[in-house]
Design a protein around this ligand. Structure first.
Ligand SMILES: Cc1cc2nc3c(=O)[nH]c(=O)nc-3n(C[C@H](O)[C@H](O)[C@H](O)COP(=O)(O)O)c2cc1C
Length: 102
């Protein structure tokens, strides 16, 4: 992918339960916005495995904690791996509904 978005959070937010939740929320919003326009978006940890290199290259300040990366690019539909469709659990398997009757 030609573009990599690095999601960071301010170090003062370290330790808050809300911080990873908020990073996940903004990441999901970005991924959904990209795909809704046909732009491929893949959340990944691999892109920040060498986070000191990423920090230096992207000029990310020390007060920012590097959380996750998102690869962006126009999907190559002819690439075989892009034809793979992964399975998902059924909603009923992953969710408990309370108070909705039958
Ligand atoms: C937090 C997180 C980290 C991920 N890290 C990687 C990664 O480092 N490498 C990778 O190939 N996929 C990673 N994935 C999975 C991809 O985002 C994506 O789910 C995967 O390519 C398969 O697509 P699918 O979910 O439609 O099956 C990660 C997903 C999440 C939510």
């Amino acid at each position: 992918a030609p573009v990599c978005v690095i999601v960071t959070y301010d170090r003062v937010l370290d330790g808050s339960d809300d911080t990873p939740f908020d990073c996940g929320a903004v990441t999901t919003a970005l991924v959904n916005a990209a795909w809704s326009r046909g732009l491929g978006a893949v959340i990944n940890s691999q892109g920040i495995m060498q986070s000191p290199v990423v920090r230096e290259h992207a000029g990310i300040a020390d007060d920012q904690v590097i959380m996750k990366s998102i690869a962006l690019g126009w999907p190559d539909e002819s690439f075989p791996a892009n034809a793979v469709v992964s399975e998902r659990k059924a909603v009923a398997e992953a969710t408990v509904f309370v108070g909705f009757g039958d």
